[in-house]
Design a protein around this ligand. Sequence first.
Ligand SMILES: Cc1cc2nc3c(=O)[nH]c(=O)nc-3n(C[C@H](O)[C@H](O)[C@H](O)COP(=O)(O)OP(=O)(O)OC[C@H]3O[C@@H](n4cnc5c(N)ncnc54)[C@H](O)[C@@H]3O)c2cc1C
Length: 316
Amino acid sequence: MMLMTKPVVTSLIDRLPPVRGRYRENAPLASITWFRVGGPAEVMFRPADRDDLVAFLGAKPAEVPVTVIGVGSNLLVRDGGVRGVVLRLGRGFAEIVAEDRDVVCGAAALDLNTAKVAQASGIGGLEFLCGVPGTIGGALRMNAGAYGKELESVLVEAEALDPGGRVHRLSREDFGFSYRYSAVPADWIFLGARLRGRPEAPETIARRMAEVQAARADSQPIRSRTGGSTFTNPPGEKAWQLIARAGCRGLRRGGAMVSEQHCNFLINTGNATAADLEELGEAVRARVRETCGVELEWEIRRIGEPAVPAGGRGRP
Ligand SMILES: Cc1cc2nc3c(=O)[nH]c(=O)nc-3n(C[C@H](O)[C@H](O)[C@H](O)COP(=O)(O)OP(=O)(O)OC[C@H]3O[C@@H](n4cnc5c(N)ncnc54)[C@H](O)[C@@H]3O)c2cc1C
């Protein structure tokens, strides 16, 4: 008689090293991103602290992909979710300390909280950060900026881990910054940064922060399910002007819509899928290409896999 042996299928979580932080299988991502769409993470890892993260990177199987996310204000997670480990830095990475005219902050610190600590400590020049709803990690990756200032202009140095868990100290020059871009390898994980401002009266800084926030509320759909600017501004042009010229304001696909208020923002009107949003973005790109002859580039980072069609993997 032939013995039928069942193939042993081990789930990813069983192949990961022991950690002090938390693993969660099939962790929802839609609820933690601004767009509120997308499938789950195969495994979500929240390291307890930096040593925990370093140990994890050194011990995990090399072929397991790791995707780090901040608070998902610049992310479109596709409907099929993200394979491998999604890394989310939490409290152990969110400290913010003022030192003389510097603010030293962890990668999970919110840009808004960083701006607030700078203001309370009389450190001027960081108030633009209160207009960016992300983390310092996301700001380093995206060279986040608002109202004429970018992270590049205040960064002294930062620390990052490479995929093997080795710590690197990076100067501003090492970042190779340009508009909404840093040239640090895409699989490196930022741990924190030292930002530098100038001495200034807290009341003056508070006034400028209030101006930044008022300007944002006037010009952006900040209470909507959105991912901020969808496309980068092409050299010498404004993406929103090209989108308006191509007649895309208010354009819809399923539950996704081009914002009427700021047409470089896409909005989940309530029941959009990630596919609706991505297809709408591609439709806008096609119209801008045809009407204006300009190729828009995605600023929003799209991660993960499309949904598998019902009934199987679809046709090859
Ligand atoms: C309403 C609204 C308004 C916005 N306005 C602005 C604006 O004025 N200016 C602006 O620049 N942006 C703006 N954005 C976009 C967004 O807030 C920024 O890009 C922000 O820097 C993203 O940070 P995050 O923590 O949300 O990163 P996520 O969206 O979670 O991730 C973005 C990218 O950063 C990477 N990343 C995150 N953390 C780390 C880390 N620790 N190490 C390495 N990589 C990391 C991710 O892998 C991903 O590639 C806006 C977004 C919204 C929703």
